[in-house]
Ligand binder design. Structure first.
Ligand code: OGA
Ligand code: MN
Length: 299
């Protein structure tokens, strides 16, 4: 049995005593997979991992995905995304910063089939700020006022990457290739999903990409979403992570959102980021469809 520490009543467990660069036996891997599916956020501290080791560990939870941000990929291991404000010897940014991700979001919500598994590994941290918060959208759904729950029953949100891009603070982070544009048309996802094993319902949300609710006029859709975000991000559903060097945090975007707090741009922050496609029989997963234009044609 793995030793774990409760970090929040429903979300987030710390797993104690593992060296993630070691080969883990099958029973340990099975236990980790179960903990990940149940708690949504797993924390491992004081890890020292090469990119290859990081990729091998994360690959235990699903095939690794290269994200649409190939411009943020590590040159050595393209499955690793670099999130940093640092520059290389030629003065070029060594990765993305995701400044717009200061708001509550779920990674890849703008994709038809989001890869919902993610991990962040902390290599350099600012002295203050730059904390990351996660919110449990199962607990948030259960706590939603009944009338609001009724208003979103059976409804699909419209998720658009152009909204996320517009929120990025750095001009370079706002630029995407034609290929990426082609891969990211507006999509819809059900706002409420049931977990395939437990049947537990959760919200599926991303305040940085939602532009409305399908089959509702834009203003009413956004007004409903505002109320949902307000209720869903109440402190009781939130786990706040204080980063330490060597932390590896994995999360499930299928029933959580996250956000980071700002930090001094003059300080250094370097994180390595993995993306995994999770098992749809063990993890709740969004069911994307192309958004329809007003005249009913696929965009
Ligand atoms: C991410 C993300 C926040 C952070 O990697 O998807 O939102 O704290 N990161 O860097
Ligand atoms: Mn994110």
């Amino acid at each position: 049995m793995l030793e774990t520490r409760q970090l929040h009543p429903t979300l987030a467990r710390e797993v104690v005593g593992l060296s993630l660069w070691d080969r883990l036996d099958d029973a340990t891997v099975a236990e980790l997979r179960a903990l990940y599916a149940q708690y949504g956020v797993l924390v491992f501290r004081r890890q020292a991992l090469s990119e290859i080791e990081l990729a091998a560990f994360c690959g235990l939870f699903g095939p690794l995905e290269r994200t649409v941000r190939s411009d943020w990929a590590s040159p050595a291991t393209p499955e690793v995304t670099v999130l940093s404000n640092l520059k290389d010897g030629l003065g070029r940014a060594i990765g993305g910063l995701g400044d717009g991700e200061l708001q509550w979001h779920s990674d890849q919500s703008y994709m038809l089939n989001p890869a919902t598994g993610a991990a962040l590994y902390a290599l350099e941290l600012p002295p203050e700020g730059g904390e990351t918060f996660w919110v449990d959208l199962r607990a948030a759904y259960a706590g939603l006022p009944r009338q609001l729950r009724a208003r979103i029953a059976g409804k699909r949100g419209i998720f658009d990457y152009t909204k996320r891009l517009a929120g990025y603070g750095r001009a370079a982070d706002q630029q995407i290739s034609e290929e990426t544009k082609r891969l990211t048309p507006p999509v819809t996802h059900a706002l409420v999903r049931a977990h395939p094993e437990t049947g537990d319902r959760s919200l599926y949300l991303d305040s940085t990409t939602t532009i409305g609710i399908d089959y509702m006029d834009t203003a009413s859709g956004l007004a409903v979403l505002d109320e949902v975000y307000e209720s869903a991000t109440s402190d009781e559903y939130v786990y706040a992570h204080q980063w330490q060097i060597g932390d590896l945090v994995m999360w499930d975007n299928g029933f959580t959102m996250h956000r980071r707090t700002p930090f001094d741009p003059g300080a250094r922050r370097l994180m390595k980021r993995m993306t995994m496609t999770l098992d749809r029989y063990r993890h709740v997963m969004p069911d994307g469809r192309l958004a329809q234009s007003e005249v009913g044609m696929p965009i």
